[in-house]
Design a protein around this ligand. Sequence first.
Ligand code: ZN
Length: 324
Amino acid sequence: MLGALVAALLAPAAAAPTLPSPAAVPAQARSIPGYYRLLLGQFEVTALSDGTVTLPVDKLLTHTSPAELAPVMQRAGIDPAKAEISINAFLIHTGSRLVLVDAGPGAVFPHAGKLVASLHAAGYHPQDITDVVITHIHGDHSAGLTIQGKAAFPRATVHVQKTDADFWLDPANAARHPRHAHAFAQARLDLAPYLASGRLRRLAGAAEIVPGIRALPTPGHTPGHAFYEVESEGQKLVLWRDLIHGKDAQFHAPGIAIGFDVDEGAAISQRKAAMADTASKGYLVGAGHISFPGIGRVAARGVSYDWLPVNYSEQALRRAGGKR
Ligand SMILES: [Zn+2]
């Protein structure tokens, strides 16, 4: 038996079939819309890729210097003049509600706007979403709420911190913060259909969105920026959102901020506190701008921190008893 197999392997090869020329098969220069799913107690959590944005983080990061930044970025293999940064949203199926955390940038960025395609790929549709939580009103998190003036999530209630809605919707603030003029204009467009239909819920601080999901206000990046804590059967995931924009630089030195912060000092304090808390307690974190799926844990390393991305797992989707 084995002898016959070896003989067959050693026999002179038949004439090889003619292969098509690779030139006749165009290279497909794109990735498929992405999702990554895990179970958190009784909740199903799906990270949804909205694409990426390329940013000159060497010009945008503050409270640092080229001498500090260059070796850190070099070690990570990333050019700080054109760092490609993920835009991630998160979908939580609680059993009775389907909650989307952040709506992505819609058509605002050229290599993004893939959220709806990723949602379809993950088996859901915009009309299935019962609640959209906006962690803060910045175009890359809220512009995808509205497509050509219409609500992209036609049945959903939109939840946002009252502090953030009041700040971004007040024209007097726009005049006071000319550096963020574009963000004020975008905010009004993003929220318009939900305001008109009475489906914008302004949250007061640490409010519960639905059982198992609650806000943790973390003002700094914007006045109403909030984390969202997701907890089921004692398992916890904290959606950090815009605590991190330059992963390698800001885990190396949490005191490094970014020019998008409305209050850089407060944003730095939030980052230092969040990293220390996460590293000491070991819960999962979901981040808006860490390489997709942006889910992992944090470990302390002296005055710096390490990001420990989740290990890719399909087994983790099987509930005890194998039913899934
Ligand atoms: Zn952002």
